[in-house]
Design a protein around this ligand. Structure first.
Ligand code: ADP
Length: 527
């Protein structure tokens, strides 16, 4: 039940984690698309403005030309000098002819025009006021091509005022007709166009490199930036300089070579933040999961340990019970030799239990850091020889052998005799325990800098890379193959590591599965 719940939890969490990541990816995609749309929208507006301003510009230069002409003449221009329009309308039903004429007069006034070209900013612009005359002839016989002044109109009205919308319109139309006959290079320069587009783009916050070009009926003209090439995905266009008939001969193309980069750059900071947060969640989640799994493993291992211990206590207790029963037997109590044999048995079993208890106590002491180790300078070789003595009996039992190669010249180390002997004994015992064949153990010592190195090499089962990293952990035992058959609690090497650390030394293992292991201890020498 518990296990099922745990699995469900892990599955749900993993699923939602994947969900979060997918949502983020989706969000990024949509934002990118939205930004693209917005970019397109802004650029369209910019292009619209540019096209409009180009035409305005031409109109202003037209006005300006007229002004210049007037100024260069140096005389107050006569009204007729300026311009006169006639607009004649015949109405066949009423047989009426309306003649509309408009005399344009100039008037000087100071304004700064909404122009992109500085040239015009300070110019004194002359506005045109008009004197508008409307005459209505009821007799429809007059020829509109030759408006005769001698005819007397039936109705006549005169209005004087600023230039009317219609007049302006006529102005513009005639202007356009003239201009459309001019070559494109005379109408706009590369520099002007570049400045105009740049300014408009800046106003809309589109701060990325652009290229532009005007195409005439699909053919590139001289009006273009140096690196302009047409690429559909990054190019936007608008007709410019349309003539009075609405012919879209010229089209302005503006392309953004770094468009994608620009769009991405707008998302970069928020994306980095979301990646960081997601990573934090992933790391926190996996480490929490790891911790949980570790905890479960440890509790399993602890259970194993308790089972093992009780089992190991059961045998000696049963043996002792049997021995005691035997002694109480009146036949045996008389036999001194037998009693002595049983007593010996009891003592041995007791010793075993004691050793077991000692082991556990030692570890719990290690855990509480209560170990108070007194160290003296000692010869490392003596300690090793001492430890070999301890394992000699077991070794003989297995018909194994230990050979020593003491290469270290400086070998005096500050250490605790008892504990350090235990360290070597533990390693030697393991070397025997985890060697299914005849154990052949080699011990080397050597000096490296201010250290003495002790290498203990066996011809045993070896261990995996994972095991090499973990054998010094409490309760860790490699659960594979025949090692399962070897008894132990996974405490020996934890103790070894703790003692070596306490001596300011280092311990590690080099091993290959099936080829044996080498335990290496480094200890600092006394100067
Ligand atoms: P125990 O021997 O009681 O299991 P240890 O702490 O002494 O506990 O060892 C931990 C584990 O390290 C062992 O279970 C074994 O898998 C591995 N091990 C230790 N020494 C050797 C060795 N010489 N060769 C192969 N494996 C070893």
């Amino acid at each position: 039940m518990n296990k099922l719940f745990f699995r469900l939890l892990v599955m749900l969490m993993s699923l939602s984690l994947i969900g979060i990541i997918l949502v983020q990816v989706y969000w990024f995609n949509t934002s990118f698309r939205n930004n693209d749309e917005q970019f397109k929208f802004h650029v369209k507006q910019v292009l619209g403005n540019v096209a409009q301003k180009l035409e305005q510009h031409e109109l202003y230069s037209f006005y300006n030309k007229i002004n210049k002409k007037i100024d260069s003449a140096g005389v107050v221009p006569k009204e007729e000098d300026l311009m006169e329009f006639y607009y004649v309308q015949k109405n066949p039903k009423t047989n009426q002819t309306i003649v509309y004429s408009n005399n344009v007069k100039s008037k000087q006034y100071n304004i700064s025009l909404p122009s992109f070209d500085k040239k015009f900013d300070s110019n004194k612009f002359k506005s045109f006021s008009s004197s508008r005359l409307t005459e209505v002839y009821n007799n429809n016989s007059i020829d509109n091509s030759a408006v005769n002044q001698s005819l007397v109109p039936d109705v006549k009205s005169v209005k004087v005022g600023s230039l009317g919308i219609l007049d302006k319109f006529i102005f513009e139309i005639s202007n356009k007709d003239i201009l459309s006959a001019m070559p494109l290079e005379d109408r706009v320069s590369n520099d002007e166009l570049d400045k105009l587009i740049r300014k408009e783009l800046e106003e809309y916050g589109v701060k990325t490199k652009f290229e532009f070009g005007i195409l005439s009926n699909g053919i590139v003209t001289k009006i273009k930036s140096d690196n302009f090439v047409y690429d559909k995905a990054i190019t936007y266009s608008i007709p410019v300089f349309t003539d009075n008939e609405g012919n879209e001969k010229y089209k302005l193309y503006v392309s953004f070579p770094h468009k994608k980069k620009f769009l991405l750059s707008q998302l970069v900071s928020i994306t980095i933040l979301s990646i960081i947060f997601t990573l934090i969640i992933i790391i926190a989640y996996t480490s929490a999961l790891n911790q949980l799994i570790r905890q479960r493993q440890i509790s399993e291992i602890k259970n194993d340990f308790i089972n093992n211990m009780t089992h190991e206590f059961k045998t000696p207790i049963a043996t002792i019970n049997l021995a005691l029963d035997a002694i109480r037997n009146p036949k045996i109590i008389e036999d001194k030799d037998k009693v002595f044999k049983y007593l010996e048995m009891i003592r041995d079993e007791n010793k075993r239990m004691h050793a077991q208890v000692e082991n556990v106590l030692r570890i719990s002491k290690l855990e509480k850091k209560e170990l108070n180790i007194i160290k003296e300078s000692s010869d490392i070789e003596e300690v090793i020889n001492d430890a070999i003595e301890h394992v000699n009996l077991i070794l003989e039992d297995r018909e194994g052998s230990i050979s020593t190669h003491f290469g270290a010249i400086r070998k005096i180390v500050l250490l605790n005799d008892v504990h350090f002997t235990n360290v070597i004994v533990n390693i030697l015992e393991n070397a025997i325990k985890y060697t299914p064949d005849i154990p052949k153990i080699e011990i080397y010592t050597e000096n490296i800098k201010d250290m003495v190195l002790i290498k203990i090499k066996d011809n045993g089962v070896g261990m995996s890379k994972v095991a090499q990293k973990r054998i010094f952990e409490k309760f860790y035992r490699e659960h594979t193959g025949d090692i399962h058959n070897v008894k132990g609690h996974g405490l020996g090497l934890a103790y070894v590591k703790r003692i070596v650390d306490d001596h300011n030394g280092q311990i590690y293992v080099e091993s290959e599965k099936g080829k044996g292991s080498t335990f290496i201890i480094k200890l600092p020498l006394i100067n």
